[in-house]
Each structure stands twice: as C-alpha cells, then as structure tokens.
Design a protein around this ligand. Structure first.
Ligand code: SP5
Ligand code: ZN
Length: 340
C-alpha cells in the first residue's frame, strides 16, 4: 500500500497543552508519527512517499483565505520572537459580544482558535501545510484510479480544524482537503472513526449535498469537542440529510460500536459515493489515555475490513490516537483489514 507521509510534521511540536489551569504534556507529539511508521515498516508491504512541493492552493474550498494568512503570519511571528515565551502563541480571550471585531494580535489568537490545546509555533504552518499537501496527493492518486486505497501518514491531525479556526490539535483539515479535491470528480463520503467528533469536516461540508459526512464518536455531552457532534446535526440547505452523527456513550465497547459502524456504513452505501475519505483515529482503543472507549486492537482489523467491503476508492487520513504502545498496532490492523 502506498503511504504519503508528511516530512514537515516534526516542525510542529507543542511544548504542552492547557488543561485545568496547568500546562500538561501534549498528547499529540511528534513521536506518534515515528511509531506508526516503524509499525508499518515492521508489518511490511507499505511504501513511503513525500508530497511534491507544498502549495497553499490545496486549501481552497476547505479553509478561508483570511485564516490561511493568519496561520502563516502567526507562525512567522513565533519564528521571529526572541523571548521563548513569545515563540508560542496561545489564545486567552475568545470572541463574544455584539460586535466581536478582532483587530489586535491578541484578539486574533482567540478569533482563529477555539480551545486551549492548539498553540501556534514557529513551524506550525509548514507542518500543517505539509499534511494538507500529503492529503491532496493521496486524493490525486486515488482519483487517477491507479490505487484503490492510499494512506496519509501525517500529524498534526486535521478533523477538528474549522474553515477559519484551529482547535483539537488541528490546523488544516487534511480529510476535508482530500474530500474537496475528490468532489471535483464525483460525490464523496467522509467516514470519521476518530473517537472525537470531526466538527471541522462536518462544518466545511455542512451545506453541501455532494459530500456526505458520517461520524461515529463519543457523545459530545461528555467528550471533546463538546459543542458539536450531536445526533440532531443533519446538515443545512441543500446539504440537509448529508451529515450523520452517531454519538456513543463513554465506555462504549465492541458490542455497542459494531451496530453504529454498520449504520454508518449503510449511510455511506445509500449515498452511492464515487470516493471515500476515511478519517481514522486510533483513540477509540481501550488503552487510549483520553478517548474513554473500549475497542481492543483486534477490532481494528474488523473495522478496516468493514470499510473495505464498501468497495470504494479510499483515502485514509490519520487523525488521533494517543497511546504510544497501541497506536502503531491499530494502524497496522486497520490498514491490513482495508487492504487484504
Ligand atoms: C485529533 C484529536 O484526536 N484531537 C483530540 C483533541 C482532544 N483534546 C482534548 C484533550 C483533553 C485531555 N484531557 C486530559 C484528561 C486526561 N485524563
Ligand atoms: Zn480524536
């Protein structure tokens, strides 16, 4: 299986994340990518390629130009700073009030970000752009019909990134970039099986009938991202009916997950897409430190095989997964199931 990986990923390495009034070690660390790559190498049958020269053009349709400019300039600002504290840009105040203009630098940090997990660092823009280009290249390979499935090995992840906001460790929405690119050639379904709701992907395609978004995730009443992912979010305008959320409770195991996955796959089949984008996170695993679900490693083979049954040309995009011991094995299993 061909793997497009993001050689710029390590340019983004957060010093920590704000949680409960303190900076804790960041779950989304550069080691994640190396662990996945080592596991794929050991499993065999995977070839690794870098995307061609990165371009901002791949972001069109997924992100607002003003946000792209902000992220580029904020990363440059962090690079120029001499004071170490100024080399990480964190939001402190978020938009509110009747006229939430964002004119100053401090306001912009809150305007273009929605949480306290997602700082902008000197290399954030380059790393995020590398991932978006890896996703675009994988989409082009799948669209050309030469590959039935291509895996995008990247970080930082993407599915929480909104059209104009970073959040949830995500800056550019790699899955949305792939889906947008494929949508020029036919209807696309995005299946998101990260344990967290893919709020950004949902938002980007919420009013579109040609891109179906389906997500199985932890109930946002109890799990990040809290404000998005409820079952009554079904799309808007011509996109009404083209978004399906299947929230499941904390503690969900195979018994509860399997029927939800079947429902998700049925929705994809009924939509009759020409292409699939599979936003894959390993954080629904029983050993994940932040997910709260209880899927065993062996279920990931079944998950991959179930997606393969759709028989669709597929771009698999890496999202979350935070247990260093189980992340690699989960990716190997899901890709084995998908490719077998
Ligand atoms: C792509 C992705 O999976 N993003 C997830 C973002 C979730 N960030 C919230 C992290 C909350 C960590 N809470 C610590 C509690 C540990 N017991
Ligand atoms: Zn996640």
């Amino acid at each position: 299986m061909r793997v497009i990986w993001n050689p710029k990923h390590a340019d983004h390495a957060a010093p920590g994340e704000w949680e409960g009034g303190a900076v804790i070690p960041c779950y989304e660390a550069p080691e994640r990518l190396g662990l996945i790559r080592a596991a794929l190498d050991a499993a065999g049958g995977f070839t690794f390629e870098e995307p061609a020269r990165p371009s901002e053009e791949v972001l069109a349709g997924a992100h607002d130009p003003a946000y792209v400019t902000y992220l580029r300039e904020a990363s440059a600002e962090a690079r120029r700073a001499r004071d170490p504290a100024a080399k990480q840009l964190w939001p402190t105040v978020f938009p509110f009030g009747p006229n939430p203009r964002a004119t100053g630098a401090r306001a912009l940090r809150g305007r273009y970000c929605f949480d306290t997990y997602t700082p902008i660092l000197p290399g954030t823009f380059a790393a995020a752009l590398g991932g978006a280009n890896a996703a675009a290249q994988a989409a082009d390979l799948v669209a050309a019909g030469t590959e039935r499935a291509v895996y995008v090995l990247t970080r930082p992840p993407g599915h929480h990134a909104e059209p104009d906001r970073c959040g949830g460790y995500c800056y550019f929405n790699n899955a949305a970039v792939a889906a947008e690119r494929l949508s020029k050639r036919g209807p696309v379904a995005v299946l998101d099986l990260d344990v967290h709701h893919g709020n950004g992907t949902q938002h980007i395609f919420y009013a579109r009938a040609d891109v179906l978004t389906v997500s199985v995730h932890g109930d946002p009443a109890a799990l990040y991202p809290f404000f998005s992912g409820f079952a009554d979010e079904t799309g808007t305008g011509t996109g009404l009916g083209a978004n399906l959320n299947l929230p499941l409770p904390h503690g969900t195991g195979v018994k509860e997950y399997r029927p939800a996955l079947a429902t998700a796959l049925d929705a994809v089949r009924r939509f009759k897409p020409a292409f699939l984008v599979f936003a894959f996170g390993a954080d629904a695993h029983e050993a994940d430190p932040i997910g709260g679900f209880k899927l065993p490693t062996k279920f990931y083979t079944e998950m991959g095989a179930a997606v393969r049954e759709l028989g669709l040309p597929t771009v698999v995009v890496q999202e979350g997964g935070y247990n260093p011991a189980t992340l690699g094995p989960c990716v190997v299993e899901v890709l084995k199931g998908l490719h077998a």
